[in-house]
Design a binder for this molecule. Structure first.
Ligand SMILES: Cc1ncc(COP(=O)(O)O)c(C=O)c1O
Length: 392
């Protein structure tokens, strides 16, 4: 018992009533398979888009580096946690992203949540005024968290509406302080893309810094899976936890940017360095990803097969053009019911509900992966149409 228990219970009851209470449901993993309660499932919910979490080279290098260098980095980067392995992986990441430098973080959430405040502090230090942060309305929670931690009021533009962004940039043109545009390149819950060249042009016109979260584009889109921001963003955040099949994240950009973050990003300074096994998986992923054009083509082809099957049956898949295909359901409880029914048929298509997505837009978030067969896509579409279709 804690003195807060009655409050915890009341808050959870509120979620329960709204159909948005979250809980943890374990799965079992075997190579290439996912099971729940002994049932083998087809996974269309993970972010392991290229199947690298099962790749032998990643497993081997992760195990090898753990055996050779130990299980932990033992300290934060600035104390004595920086191994030569961190520098080698950062140099490899910088080459992958065609940037001068890269800096590893423990996770994508931690990177966004601490890099945004570090950049905001730059504005205060250099101009005496808060950073003006222009954010896409659908930006990931970690980016919003970073703004909240910095105490800045975000200027939010309508999702992917660059005319609206320009109106806001103009409106704030005389406001003192540095300015920064923050977006995802592929939106995690909608699977649509930001127009990065157009954002670059706006950033140049209004003297803004362009911050691009490439969590879902890295490994999947752009030349050799490099993402969509190549040479255009001032800062790219990429995760190693999705298509790279591991864990951790990185910031890629200029050497000065990375040096600044080493000195100012609290989530970098006050957190233990990534351990050798994690570095080994990242290192191996970077070796295999450039050569996976066939898998990338297969993956995007699957999405191109799935979308019209659903759209022709009256389902809304938003503006998806990527491996993430949302199937909009509407009410949270109904999305949950459809996901449960799909699971009973062997399909793991998890429901995403508010507050992760806006109210009334609960959805199945279909995240495809290159290991799926054509028959899986057809089976999935048929099941969604049959189980969710009658109330469309
Ligand atoms: C757009 C976006 N940014 C950042 C993150 C956080 O990355 P990580 O899972 O590595 O913490 C996610 C994860 O879901 C994401 O979707």
């Amino acid at each position: 018992m804690t003195v807060f228990d009655a409050h915890f219970a009341a808050a959870l009851q509120k979620r329960e009533t709204a159909g948005t209470r979250r809980s943890l449901r374990p799965v079992t993993r075997e190579t290439g398979a996912i099971l729940r309660d002994g049932q083998r499932l087809i996974d269309v919910s993970s972010n392991d888009y290229l199947g690298l979490a099962d790749h032998p080279l990643l497993r081997e290098r992760a195990a090898d580096w753990a055996l050779r260098y130990g299980t932990g980095a033992r300290a934060s980067r600035l104390v004595c946690g920086t191994l030569d392995l961190h520098h080698a992986v950062e140099e490899k990441l910088a080459r992958f992203k065609h940037c001068d430098a890269a800096l590893l973080f423990a996770s994508g959430w931690q990177a966004n949540a601490s890099v945004v405040p570090a950049l905001c502090a730059l504005s205060v230090a250099q101009t005496g005024h808060p950073m003006i942060v222009f954010s896409d309305r659908l930006n990931h929670a970690s980016l919003h968290h970073g703004c909240a931690a910095a105490g800045v009021r975000q200027v939010r533009f309508r999702h992917n509406d660059l005319a609206h962004l320009e109106t806001l940039l103009k409106r704030e043109a005389a406001t003192p302080g540095l300015r920064m545009i923050v977006t995802e390149s592929v939106f995690s819950m909608d699977g649509d893309r930001a127009d990065i060249p157009a954002l670059r042009a706006l950033a140049d016109r209004y003297d803004a810094f362009l911050y691009v979260d490439e969590a879902h584009a890295t490994g999947v889109l752009g030349p050799h899976g490099q993402g969509l921001s190549g040479g255009l963003a001032d800062l790219t955040m990429g995760t190693c936890s999705k298509a790279l099949g591991g864990m951790g994240a990185y910031i890629a950009g200029s050497r000065l940017l990375c040096d600044y973050l080493i000195n100012h990003a609290s989530g970098f300074i006050y957190s233990t360095a990534l351990p050798p096994a994690v570095l080994g998986a990242i290192d191996a992923a970077l070796d295999v990803i450039p050569g996976m054009d066939t898998e990338r083509t297969t993956l995007l082809g699957q999405a191109e097969t799935l979308r019209p099957l659903l759209n022709n049956a009256g389902f809304d898949t938003a503006e998806s053009t990527t491996q993430i295909v949302p199937v909009l359901i509407g009410e949270a409880q109904r999305a949950l019911d459809v996901a449960t029914a799909l699971e009973s048929e062997g399909l793991l298509a998890v429901a995403i509900r508010p507050p992760t997505v806006p109210a009334g837009t609960a959805r199945l978030r279909i995240a495809l992966h290159a290991g799926l067969q054509d028959a899986d896509i057809k089976r999935l579409a048929e099941a969604i149409i049959r189980l969710a279709g009658n109330e469309q």
